[in-house]
Design a protein around this ligand. Structure first.
Ligand code: AMP
Length: 314
């Protein structure tokens, strides 16, 4: 089935305890489309400036990402910069966000893109997310959305409107708490359900993911790595693996969602092993399958015996 992502394509400057990179390829739609491309045909809709390097378009094309919706206009590509804490690599501070060409982006979907089966509204201005959903010819089988503090703080009302209209929301734990105005994550998920989406996916960095799906809760750890180089893009890669698998299988059952979540975590674990999309872009089928199997072993345990009891002493 076909998958459409609308989001940012960016140049990121990041500092992590392992080093720094200036103007490296980034953006929510970049990570999402490369990750999902391993499993599903994917089309990308975004905008870049005249400074966008041909080698980066070639990289997307190499992954068979349909870039016919990647507009190139006068001006500079979106830029984001951030620094990660040396004590806790989960903590990052945004130093600067320059919307540049994104400030005037008015996506106009092609006829083919308007018929996509699955739609991922990656982290961009919620007004654009709403505009894109409005252009679809029919409601996709699944509409999922990601957002971040920049929009939760700056455009809460607009964000409410699009959250109300989607089936699935991805937020990191800080964003979910801020958006729901609720520190307890389980209650924050319940509040987000009240706004509309039937599936709420709370990304918890190195603590994994918590999913609340139509009354079912599922929690999976992050794959434990001995070295994290750059966490940028882990969330978008997670979503790319997750929605990419669902687009490939069409399986939206509880079991299908759980498997997709584990694949998303596996994909995210590769992205953080190097700067930018360097590791994500060079994966093989064997490497992903091997890590998925390791993940299975990591999380397997034996349930209670048939009598469903414990050696209880009271
Ligand atoms: P993640 O680490 O998965 O949360 O996503 C990081 C990516 O989001 C970076 O590559 C940035 O270019 C992109 N990004 C950061 N801020 C914004 C924003 N306000 N709108 C759209 N994309 C953004």
């Amino acid at each position: 089935m076909t998958l459409l992502v609308v989001g940012s394509v960016a140049y990121d400057s990041v500092q992590t305890p392992q080093g720094a990179r200036e103007d490296a390829l980034g953006g929510s739609a970049t990570y999402f489309s490369i990750a999902s491309s391993y499993f599903s045909p994917v089309s990308l809709v975004a905008i870049v400036g005249e400074d966008f390097q041909p080698e980066h378009i070639a990289l997307l094309e190499k992954h068979d990402v349909d870039v016919s919706g990647l507009e190139r206009v006068d001006g500079d590509t979106f830029r984001w910069s951030g620094v990660y804490s040396t004590e806790d690599v989960n903590q990052r501070e945004t130093l600067d966000t320059q919307l540049n060409v994104f400030a005037d982006f008015k996506p106009n979907l092609s006829e083919q893109h308007r018929n996509a089966d699955f739609l991922f509204l990656a982290n961009i201005d919620p007004e654009l997310q709403l505009e894109v959903l409005g252009q679809m010819n029919q409601r996709p089988k699944l509409v999922a959305l990601d957002s971040m503090n920049f929009w939760i703080d700056g455009k809460k009302n607009e964000l409410d409107k699009i959250v109300e209209a989607v089936d699935m929301v991805f937020m990191d734990e800080g964003e979910a708490r801020t958006y729901a105005n609720e520190p307890n994550l389980r209650r924050a998920a319940a509040r987000i359900h009240e706004v509309g989406p039937s599936t709420v996916i709370i990304k918890r960095g190195e603590h994994g993911v918590l999913i609340s799906n139509e009354g079912n809760l599922f929690s999976a750890p992050a794959f434990p790595l001995d070295r994290v180089v750059d966490p940028t893009g882990a969330g978008d890669t997670f979503a790319g693996g997750f929605v990419g698998l669902i687009s490939a299988t069409g399986d939206l059952s509880e079991a299908g969602i759980r498997r997709a979540a584990v694949l998303g975590s596996v994909m995210g674990s590769f992205t953080v092993e190097d700067f930018s999309a360097d590791r994500l872009a060079t994966l093989t089928h064997e490497q992903v399958v091997e890590r998925f199997s390791e993940f299975e072993r990591l999380t397997q345990f034996t349930g209670l015996d048939k009598s469903n009891s414990l050696p209880w002493r009271a």
